[in-house]
Design a protein around this ligand. Structure first.
Ligand SMILES: NC(=O)c1ccc[n+]([C@@H]2O[C@H](COP(=O)([O-])OP(=O)(O)OC[C@H]3O[C@@H](n4cnc5c(N)ncnc54)[C@H](O)[C@@H]3O)[C@@H](O)[C@H]2O)c1
Length: 345
């Protein structure tokens, strides 16, 4: 069976996911696209063998030739489309964020729980990265003892002109928030943000770098060093310190170059290069699950937790205080059992 996918929002990441579904992974094709910029939707559809351009997201969700939906529009529009997809009984892949406020995420949780099964997967692609998966397997094996600390480094060479200081938490550190919860299999209960001397290469309106610190429910500590003008490359660092050992992300080079009395390798230019295979795996796993009417991977609960933690992080950055994070009680649908998440068919 070929899964017919409709894509809402065909900007940068929407078009990249269309390329991935059309040319890289198997089991799906694009049957419809939409965008508030309808000319853009028509231009994208014209390059695809089986896609039509539709005027609105609701029209796309209701279309009988759309089995499953990808939401890749701007963050504040995600809630509406995810709710409509759930109401239509269709599987939906939603780029991060799930929604931009705690209340909006809770409306999605309520709607999904009411159906009794998962419909939503959130685009936290680091969970599909081979290196993070190996790190998680090491932690889960018990080889390094209980995890005590996670040091995460998120270094961007530069950011676009529209980038604002809240984006260092909401758009950059949000990935570290999710991967910390994934690796440590625990919830974040408090957030604090410290700021060292400012990088003189950053624009006047930006706070850069930041040290975002979380306490986990089980007592582990996480520090995220986020830099957004570090020039040299896009460099993702990570080390978990356990009771009797450590596990860290290795350099990802296939070759080492030696010349002029030195040795070295490549550091990724940007996030697309660093995580390209993770995005491919993410989509392949979503297509396999969605073809069976199931969901997999990061859930609405994970999207909700990330949004709530980032809101606390922003509050902590403004106040300089430690801010507690409180989540509602986790519905059974999102509790992961040995057989996988509950509530799937
Ligand atoms: N997981 C990741 O690593 C990752 C990377 C990049 C972007 N994203 C997320 O993907 C989403 C899109 O980001 P982008 O960089 O592609 O942005 P973009 O501005 O390039 O594209 C967004 C597109 O959505 C369209 N759009 C906006 N509102 C709409 C609406 N109501 N209905 C239909 N179309 C609408 C815009 O016209 C535009 O074409 C954001 O939520 C962003 O945070 C995630």
């Amino acid at each position: 069976m070929t899964l017919n996918v409709g894509v809402i929002g065909v900007g940068m990441i929407g078009q990249d996911h269309i390329r991935r579904i059309t040319h890289v992974v198997s089991g799906a094709r694009i049957s419809a696209v939409t965008d508030v910029d309808f000319d853009r939707a028509k231009a994208v559809a014209a390059d695809l063998p089986a896609a039509k351009a539709l005027q609105t997201g609701q029209e796309l969700i209701d279309d009988p030739e759309v089995d499953a939906i990808v939401v890749a529009s701007w963050g504040p529009t995600h809630e509406e489309y995810v709710l409509a997809s759930i109401a239509a009984g269709k599987q939906v892949f939603c780029e991060k964020p799930l929604a931009t406020t705690r209340e909006a995420c809770e409306r999605i949780l309520d709607a999904e729980v009411a159906t009794g099964k998962r419909h939503v997967m959130v685009g936290f692609m680091r969970r599909y990265d081979e290196a993070y998966r190996a790190m998680k397997a090491t932690i889960t094996s018990g080889d390094i003892g209980a995890p005590l600390m996670f040091h995460s480094g998120h270094r961007n060479p530069n950011v676009p002109p529209h980038y604002t200081s809240d984006m260092i938490i909401n758009d950059t550190c949000v990935h570290d928030v999710d991967v910390a919860r994934f690796l440590l299999d625990d919830e974040i209960v408090s957030a604090r943000v410290l700021t060292p001397r400012k990088n003189s290469l950053a624009s006047d309106h930006l706070t850069d770098p930041v040290l975002f610190i979380f306490e986990m429910a089980g007592g582990a500590l996480v520090d995220v060093e986020a830099s957004i003008n570090i020039q040299y490359a896009y460099d993702i660092r990570g080390e978990v310190v356990g009771e009797s050992g450590t596990v860290e992300l290795a350099e990802t080079n296939k070759v080492v170059v030696k010349k002029g009395g030195q040795w070295g390798g490549r550091v990724a230019e940007d996030w697309r290069e660093r995580f390209i295979r993770a995005y491919d795996t993410e989509f392949q796993e979503w297509i396999v699950a969605a073809s069976k009417g199931e969901s997999t991977g990061p859930s609405s609960w994970d999207g909700y937790a990330a949004t709530v933690v980032c809101a606390a992080g922003l509050q902590a950055m403004e106040s300089g205080e430690r801010v507690e994070v409180s989540l509602r009680e986790q519905p059974d649908l999102y509790k992961v059992t040995a057989q996988g998440p509950t509530g799937t068919d």
